[in-house]
Design a protein around this ligand. Structure first.
Ligand SMILES: C=CC1=C(C)c2cc3[nH]c(cc4nc(cc5[nH]c(cc1n2)c(C)c5CCC(=O)O)C(CCC(=O)O)=C4C)c(C)c3C=C
Ligand code: FE2
Ligand code: FE2
Length: 354
């Protein structure tokens, strides 16, 4: 053997990768990132102001031209709303953990999903918030540092809206824009008509109603609203809500008078999707309806808007207008039914990756 041939053979032996060392094409972990809306770090003025500033500066949430909106935001909203919203959050704050319920439930959902997928050693489940912390960018980077080469991002909104689903995806892609070596990604679509979701809602409603000592004459499906102008510009959210309610009525065998669709949480001077929940609750009581139930199919977890605005606020409106029995049906949260939905959708989106 010549000297050159010997050297080539030696190099091949010592430096080149042995077949067993070459990673298979699918090597790397798969990350699952659950994302919900967000939450302030505390109920005092400054944490509330920081949160609201980030939230209400999002062009997907407030579509007004900045020249019109910023003077209102900085001149009025950020000086008055932090105190008002802070007082509302204080009524529902999770004092044990010193955090908002939305954060508690989102973490629990991620932990339970991780346990449900534990058979796949290479899946890592984590969670983030669109506004506040932990941020989508921080958690996406952390998933990559933990070896994830593929990530499924799951905006936790059953009905699509640009003001929720799209802004989560925007923020996720914005994080990827800063990376040289990006992961492969998928996003979970809205699931307003998925049988697993409709069935979970139906079962949780049936279970709750069976636990009551009264029978609600009317049940209200109360969705977060959006301004009508957003719908006119093409946001499909309102139609998604109507479709969820229609499918739920069919699954429960109820008619239009038993299950109403309403919209809550108006913000600002515009007309929002109607009928409004607060006005409907008041009207029903004034018309002599004595017992109602309200649930929030558009919220994956209980939060300010369900616990304070509905469970407390709408209940007060109903009683003050002459109603007798009011009950709020909890969101799916990290219940067995709720986790069945999240797990089924994630497993579907992981197909071909695990
Ligand atoms: C124009 C303003 C808003 C739009 C559009 C909007 C859409 C929208 N929001 C949710 C879900 C949630 N919103 C929550 C709080 C909240 N929403 C707005 C404004 C708009 N939302 C404000 C100003 C706030 C803050 C609270 C307040 O000051 O009143 C929350 C609760 C977060 C929590 O920590 O508990 C959720 C969830 C959806 C689904 C949606 C459109 C479809
Ligand atoms: Fe909102
Ligand atoms: Fe609200």
């Amino acid at each position: 053997m010549t000297t050159v041939a010997k050297a080539v053979k030696k190099t091949a032996k010592t430096k080149g990768p042995k077949p067993a060392d070459i990673p298979p094409a699918h090597a790397g972990k798969v990350g699952v990132l659950l994302v919900n809306l967000g939450t302030p770090d505390g109920t005092d003025y400054w944490p509330m102001r920081r949160y609201l500033r980030e939230f209400l500066s999002d062009r997907r949430v407030i579509e007004w031209p900045r020249a019109v909106w910023y003077p209102v935001l900085y001149g009025i909203v950020l000086s008055t709303r932090p105190k008002k919203s802070g007082a509302a959050y204080a009524k529902i704050w999770n004092r044990e953990r010193d955090e908002s319920p939305l954060r508690t439930f989102t973490r629990a959902q991620a932990e339970k999903l991780g346990a449900a997928l534990a058979e796949h050693k290479h899946i890592v489940v984590d969670w983030a918030m669109r506004y506040g912390s932990p941020s989508i960018e921080t958690v996406t980077k952390s998933l990559m540092e933990r070896g994830c080469k593929r990530i499924v991002a799951f905006p936790l909104y059953p009905q699509y809206s640009a003001s929720t689903t799209a802004t989560v995806n925007d923020k996720f892609f914005e994080a990827l824009m800063k990376m040289r070596f990006q992961p492969a990604v998928r996003t979970v679509p809205a699931y307003y008509d998925e049988p697993v979701y409709i069935d979970a809602l139906a079962r949780s409603i049936e279970r709750h109603l069976a636990s009551l000592d009264f029978e609600p004459e009317v049940v209200i499906a109360s969705y977060h609203g959006i301004p009508q102008s957003y719908a006119q510009r093409g946001d499909p959210y309102g139609r998604h809500c109507e479709e969820s309610s229609r499918l739920l009525r069919a699954r429960l065998g109820w008619d239009d008078n038993r299950l109403l669709t309403c919209f809550q949480s108006r913000f600002g001077p515009e007309e929002w999707l109607q009928p409004y929940t607060d006005k409907t609750v008041e009207r029903l009581a004034r018309e002599g309806v004595k017992s109602i139930a309200v649930f929030n199919p558009g919220f994956v977890s209980d939060c300010l808007e369900t616990l304070e605005e509905i469970a407390i606020g709408a209940g007060e409106i109903f009683h003050e207008a002459g109603g007798r029995n009011f009950t709020h049906i909890p969101c799916l949260n990290d219940s067995e039914e709720g986790m069945a939905v999240i797990e089924a959708l994630v497993r579907r989106e992981l197909s071909g990756w695990v």
